[in-house]
Ligand binder design. Structure first.
Ligand code: ZN
Length: 200
């Protein structure tokens, strides 16, 4: 019951923080669906049972996506530490990008730092990438050209290669999501390449 209590507190906290946000897909999905799906995947598809991990999954985008300034970020972390334990806060921070850096640099850092993350941060990051790829496969952002989708898939694969070795089910679910997304999008690029070659 204690565990259900903290999980519900995390859902309430995260829902309030993300209340005005939507996912990138062309179908307008409330943002909170995403952290709920990541937590659900960890428990019900990948067999994870650690409450701290589940709570961190529910909170995983709160610091990255719901503050604008350094002061707001500090205030939010303070509020979170009044409710959630140190392990939860530290995993949440481990999966939070430094938004003061350029996007390109942040993306490279995810690749470079992947293998140095804690076990729970690695599990959470793989689950996050699985859900992002499933979303891109099933409900892609309408303003993303094919090239951007392919780049995202390639980049995710590189990040996850540094996260492997913590849960075989997560790895299989990731590989499956990547494969199905590629088979949806990449035959088109292959055809385009062939057509381009023919023209030359
Ligand atoms: Zn996420």
């Amino acid at each position: 019951m204690e565990d259900i209590g903290i999980i519900l507190k995390a859902l309430d906290f995260s829902a309030r923080r993300h209340k005005t946000q939507f996912r990138k897909g062309s179908e307008k999905v409330p943002y909170i669906n995403h952290p709920i799906q990541v937590a659900n995947l960890l428990v019900n598809e990948a067999g994870e049972k650690d409450t701290d991990l589940i709570v961190a999954a529910i909170l995983h985008d709160v610091i990255e996506d719901t503050v604008e300034s350094v002061e707001e970020r500090q205030e939010l972390i303070f509020q979170m530490s009044e409710i959630f334990n140190k392990k939860i806060i530290s995993v949440t921070l481990e999966v939070t990008d430094d938004k003061t850096l350029e996007k390109k640099e942040r993306k490279q850092l995810q690749i470079d730092e992947a293998s140095h993350k804690s076990v729970n941060a690695k599990k959470l990051k793989i689950a996050d990438k699985i859900m992002n790829i499933r979303d891109i496969r099933d409900n892609p952002p309408s303003d993303w050209p094919l090239e951007r989708i392919i780049d995202y898939l390639d980049w995710s694969e590189k990040v996850v290669s540094g996260l492997r070795g913590v849960n075989i089910h997560l790895e299989q679910l990731f590989d499956e999501s990547l494969l199905t997304a590629r088979s949806k999008y990449q035959p088109i690029t292959n055809t385009l390449n062939v057509n381009n070659k023919n023209k030359l």
